[in-house]
Design a protein around this ligand. Structure first.
Ligand code: 5RP
Length: 220
């Protein structure tokens, strides 16, 4: 079985009747949403909130009941992917461009289960360029400030157009090299006017599940 699917299906075992569940974004979270849809058809009673329009549409198609934030005090469990996870369970996220909603949902969750294949488990963060969500106004200046912090930057495009997030913003992929002071960098980036948030998720994951190509799955 696909190692992303293995990790995703293991995470769904954590869900229980009555829970409010955060649905992640990306090709690994896709498998979790599929499995949740299957469990719901078999009788699992949960309600969910999604981290992107794409995940919300998929969940609705699968018959999962969705809730608006106005009706949620706390999310019991969120299941989401990551682009990198280190041994301290700090993350780089945002490869799919959903980092802002993912961080809002993660911060409202009692439990954040990260599901990855083995290629995402790294010794040190930073090989994957860090996604930073910025507002369109003055974006050239914001990118200059990111460069001044030492990043090689690349504004994300899709089909030769500027990639626009679900929130109407742009994404700049920033290569900082190895990130040793991740918490400090997360805060420094968010102090730049024009930066909405960045893909460093520090101290947020409560569980990490890794799927391996040999068909095994491990809870770190
Ligand atoms: C989306 C994300 C994804 O979780 C991350 O990019 C991993 O994606 P995939 O599961 O497709 O490898 O952060 O913003």
């Amino acid at each position: 079985m696909d190692s992303k699917k293995l990790a995703a299906e293991k995470a769904v075992e954590f869900l229980k009747d009555g829970m409010v569940v955060g649905l992640g974004t990306g090709s690994t979270a896709y498998w979790a949403i599929q499995k949740i849809g299957q469990k719901v058809k078999e009788g699992l009673s949960i309600k969910a909130i999604a981290t992107s329009r794409a995940s919300e549409e998929l969940a609705i198609e699968l018959g999962i009941t969705m809730l608006p934030f106005a009706e949620i005090e706390q999310i019991d469990v969120t299941i989401d992917g990551a682009d990198e996870v280190n041994n301290e369970w700090n993350l780089i996220k945002g490869g799919g461009g959903a980092l802002l909603r993912e961080k809002i949902v993660a911060a409202a969750s009692k439990q954040l289960i990260i599901i990855v294949d083995e290629s995402k488990h790294v010794g040190q963060l930073g090989r994957f360029p860090l996604p930073v969500e910025i507002v369109p106004f003055g974006y050239e200046m914001t990118i200059r400030k990111l460069r001044n912090l030492g990043a090689e930057t690349s504004i994300r495009t899709k089909e030769n157009q500027m990639f626009v997030t679900d929130n109407g913003n742009y994404i700049v992929d920033c290569q900082f090299g190895t990130i040793s002071q991740a918490e400090q960098l997360e805060h420094t980036l968010n102090l730049i006017p024009g930066v909405v948030d960045n893909g460093l998720f520090i101290g947020m994951a409560t569980n990490v599940i890794v799927g391996y190509a040999n068909g095994t799955v491990k809870l770190l």
